[in-house]
Write a protein that binds this ligand. Structure first.
Ligand SMILES: CC(C)(COP(=O)(O)OP(=O)(O)OC[C@H]1O[C@@H](n2cnc3c(N)ncnc32)[C@H](O)[C@@H]1OP(=O)(O)O)[C@@H](O)C(=O)NCCC(=O)NCCS
Length: 177
């Protein structure tokens, strides 16, 4: 992995979505905890959330970088998306995850989050970003392909796909807005 660079300029940026609404992409702050809990309550049903958050607490790498997408809903700030990555120990790659609340799908918010995440990881020296996606996840695959991720079969599990994007060879597209 290359040495740490100054990637602060990739953080805290306001964008105007195609529908005219404005969002801010920024890093998660400690004071976001209550808003983040509400966010996860909105995006995951109870049973999944319990399992997911338990797993997250048990396995979340301490060096995860978490970015959020903040919008204004009824005049109040609200987290509508979250994306994170963590370096994979012993590898030049990092793994990622992203989720956006249903009401904000197909607005471009997820693309802005992913572009910021990719830029952040590259500035930090990660050579590739990868993830595991359920094969049946119909929205995620076209979304990731549009961002230049390659989709690979997993020989060990036909229900899963590995997605990967090299960060050292290509220029990242500029975020819209
Ligand atoms: C995957 C996800 C992040 C995409 O969010 P999104 O808000 O739709 O993303 P964007 O608005 O930035 O979409 C960008 C492009 O991705 C593609 N896309 C996104 N969802 C799609 C869908 N359901 N079907 C086809 N294409 C889709 C389109 O090309 C879209 O551009 P367009 O709207 O101009 O056609 C969102 O659906 C999500 O949070 N899903 C649940 C979480 C999840 O499955 N995470 C996977 C584990 S990492």
């Amino acid at each position: 992995m290359r040495p740490m660079l100054d990637y602060s300029e990739t953080l805290e940026r306001r964008h105007i979505l195609a529908d005219g609404r404005s969002v801010v992409i920024r890093s998660m702050r400690p004071e976001d905890e209550a808003a983040a809990r509400l966010f996860f309550r909105r995006v995951y049903p109870q049973s999944f959330r319990t399992r997911f958050l338990t797993l997250l607490r048990a396995f979340a790498p301490v060096d995860s970088t978490v970015l959020v997408c903040e919008a204004r809903v009824d005049g109040e700030p609200r987290l509508v998306g979250e994306a994170r990555y963590s370096p994979i120990p012993g590898s030049p790659s990092c793994s990622f995850g992203i989720v956006v609340t249903d009401a904000w799908h197909r607005t471009g918010a997820a693309t802005l989050l992913m572009l910021a995440l990719l830029a952040h990881a590259r500035a930090r020296g990660c050579e590739a970003m990868e993830g595991i996606v359920l094969r049946e996840n119909r929205g995620m695959l076209p979304f990731l392909r549009a961002l230049g991720f390659a989709v690979q079969l997993r020989p060990d599990d036909a229900t899963l796909l590995r997605v990967v994007k090299r960060l050292d060879h290509y220029d990242l597209p500029s975020p819209p807005g």
